[in-house]
Every structure is written in structure tokens, then in C-alpha cells.
Design a protein. Structure first.
Length: 82
């Protein structure tokens, strides 16, 4: 995986909280903040994507949604790549 450099601006209190958290976890090594930020961003994207999917399907009847999920899972299981 290639890396991209970001310059982030956070409050001093956030910086201290992250550094303390990582230090308490046995961290504080080079790259720990980058790994922490990357994981946090991935989690947030997943949360927002899930919220969007829930909102988009709020009016869909549960049995229709479950049938669509079952169909998608079945096609994935039948895929030659698996």
C-alpha cells in the first residue's frame, strides 16, 4: 500500500489526548499517530456509509431487504473467486 502525506490541524487538547492514549497503550513509536488517524478515518467512513445505507433503505419492507441481502450473499458464495 502506498502512503500519502497529510498535514492535519487539530486542537492542542486533541493532540495531547491522542499522544497520551497511545503512550498508555505502549505506543508512542514513529508512525503510531498515522496508524491511529488512518484507523479512525476508516471507522468513520464505515459509520457514515452504514448510516447512509440505513437512511436509503428506511422505507423498504424488512422482508424485501432481507431477500435482497440473501440474494447478494448467495451470488457471492456462488462466485468462482470464492
Amino acid at each position: 500500500m502506498s502512503a500519502t502525506r497529510w498535514n492535519l490541524v487539530v486542537s492542542q487538547s486533541t493532540k495531547i489526548a491522542v499522544r497520551r492514549f497511545l503512550a498508555n497503550q505502549g505506543g508512542g513509536r514513529r508512525g503510531d499517530v498515522s496508524h491511529f488517524v488512518e484507523e479512525a478515518v476508516r471507522i468513520r467512513i464505515l459509520e457514515l456509509t452504514a448510516a447512509q445505507a440505513k437512511a436509503a433503505n428506511a422505507d423498504v419492507e424488512p422482508h424485501v431487504l432481507n431477500a435482497a441481502i440473501d440474494e447478494a450473499l448467495a451470488s457471492t458464495k456462488d462466485s468462482p473467486e470464492n
